[in-house]
Structures are given as structure tokens and as C-alpha cells.
Design a protein around this ligand. Structure first.
Ligand code: 48F
Length: 257
């Protein structure tokens, strides 16, 4: 059988167009495909919700691939290990309460299970703005990451979601846009972003789960972004809090949807 390049191209264009068109109206839109966003997407998809995830980069997985200083190993504590078990990721207890895992196995397994559960992932697309209606975050404004990188003047597209989740990690990009442009008061002490604090793993791991919640109507944060919004510390290459935070937001959203 002769292979026809045009058929190959048509398959890709049609399949992608259908996928993107379906994604324009979702239950939940997650921005950022790091560990927190992916875990959040996995549990939402598993619960049968229509959930889409937009990731700026070519690959999803965020800051997890590189472990600590590019040594591709991660650590999780006992609470986080339960989620590793849920995903069937191998861990090894090196000291009481400290579990080690291969970061490549961890990321690739979470990605695979999330996509198979029904999470629709769009890599190479960045959220550059939000839609706000009646003081509620109601969707995202999206553009190809390549457009921003090349500094091109190209208008974006929009998608609607019942809830938007910021899982963009340290920069808390969506929360910053809302703070800057919407005039909505965030549910923080000052009504604005409080900013991330310096490294303190124990406190950071605890607060990140507490801080993973609704920040203003229709808008949640999870992962490192939650501590950047509510003023918690960073925690380095321990990932239990990141996974638990994604799971917490997913559980809350399942109840509300
Ligand atoms: O940074 P990232 O891995 O966030 P996370 O899930 O996990 C944090 C840890 O990796 C680590 C840590 C552990 O203690 O502190 O840093 O909270 O993943 C965030 C993802 O969001 C993407 C970005 O490319 C990354 O893959 N991202 C950021 N801004 C945008 C975005 C945007 N505007 N649109 C789309 N994707």
C-alpha cells in the first residue's frame, strides 16, 4: 500500500480540530501540566468530568522530570505515597516516612493514566488571559506558545469553563492576570497575591494542601501556585504536597459540579 502524505496530514488536522472544538466548553480548565495540574485532571476525568489542560511547553510534567538539581529522583512522604500507590508508581522507603521514586517513571505514569482517564491535554498552548462574567472567572484566553516566543501580533481564541484551575507553579500566572486585570478581590488577607516564601519543606508541604482552594468565584489554585497566592514557603524536590493538592482541588470540584 502506498502511503499518502496528504491523508496523514488530513487525519491530524481533522482529529485535532475535533478535539479542540470539544474543549471550547468544559467543566474544568486547568492551566499548567506539572504534577499538581495533572493529578487534578486525572481525578476529575476519573469522576467523569469534562476536563481540559493547557500546557505552554512541548512536554507535560512541569518541574518533576528534573528531580532535584537534575538528579532525576524525587521524594514523597507517607501521605503522598498513597497517591503514588493509586497511580501504581514504584516507591522505596529509604528512611521511616521518606519514600524515593524515579522522576521519569512518576511523570510518565501520571501523564499516561491522566490521558487514559479522559483528561484532554493541549500542549504548546498558553493561557494569556481569562474571561470574567458577573465577577466570576468563566474561561480562558488561549494562544499558541510559539506566538509569544516569536513576539507575533496574533489574536487569541477563547474557551469557556465552569471552573478554572491555576496550576502554573511558582509564577502563578493566571492568578496574577486576575489580580492585575479583573478588579476581583482574591480570598487572601490583602485581596491580592501574597507571594511565595523561602524554602521550608515541612511547612510548605502542609500549607500547600490547605492553600489549594478557591481564590475567587470560579477560580481555584493548586500546586506551587497555591503557596505563591497565599504566601506559603517553597519546598524543593519533595512532591507529596503537590500531588495531594491536585487531588484536593479535584475532590472539591467534583462535589460542586
Ligand atoms: O512548575 P510546575 O511543575 O508546577 P506544580 O505542578 O509543581 C511544582 C514543582 O514542579 C516544583 C516544586 C516542588 O516542590 O516546587 O517546582 O505546582 O508546572 C507548571 C506548568 O505550568 C506551565 C509550565 O510550563 C509548567 O509546565 N505554565 C505556566 N504558565 C502557563 C503554563 C500558561 N500561562 N499557560 C500554559 N501553561
Amino acid at each position: 500500500m502506498a502511503l499518502d502524505e496528504i491523508k496523514i496530514s488530513r487525519v491530524i488536522i481533522e482529529a485535532y480540530s475535533q478535539k479542540l472544538t470539544k474543549a471550547l466548553d468544559a467543566d474544568v480548565a486547568i492551566v499548567g501540566g506539572g504534577p499538581a495540574g495533572l493529578v487534578c485532571g486525572y481525578y476529575l476525568a476519573k469522576a467523569g468530568k469534562q476536563v481540559v489542560l493547557f500546557e505552554r511547553k512541548l512536554s507535560i510534567g512541569g518541574g518533576m522530570w528534573g528531580g532535584g538539581i537534575m538528579f532525576n529522583e524525587i521524594v514523597v512522604q507517607s501521605s503522598g505515597k498513597k497517591i503514588m500507590d493509586d497511580f501504581d508508581i514504584r516507591t522505596c522507603e529509604v528512611e521511616r516516612g521518606y519514600y524515593r521514586a524515579d522522576s521519569v517513571e512518576t511523570v510518565s505514569t501520571i501523564c499516561s493514566k491522566a490521558v487514559k482517564a479522559g483528561l484532554k491535554v493541549f500542549n504548546l498552548l498558553s493561557a494569556e488571559d481569562v474571561m470574567v462574567r458577573d465577577n466570576r472567572v468563566s474561561g480562558l484566553v488561549l494562544n499558541w506558545s510559539a506566538v509569544a516566543i516569536a513576539n507575533l501580533h496574533v489574536d487569541p481564541i477563547t474557551m469557556r469553563a465552569k471552573f478554572v484551575v491555576d496550576a502554573t507553579g511558582h509564577p502563578a500566572e493566571v492568578a496574577r492576570i486576575i489580580e492585575r486585570k479583573s478588579g476581583i478581590r482574591l480570598h487572601t488577607k490583602t485581596g491580592k497575591l501574597l507571594g511565595e516564601q523561602s524554602m521550608w519543606a515541612e511547612v510548605g508541604e502542609d500549607t500547600i494542601v490547605k492553600n489549594s482552594k478557591e481564590v475567587c468565584p470560579g477560580f481555584y489554585v493548586c500546586g506551587m501556585c497555591a503557596n505563591a497566592v497565599f504566601g506559603g514557603p517553597r519546598m524543593g524536590p519533595i512532591f507529596g504536597g503537590m500531588l495531594l493538592s491536585g487531588q484536593k482541588v479535584a475532590r472539591e470540584l467534583v462535589k460542586r459540579l
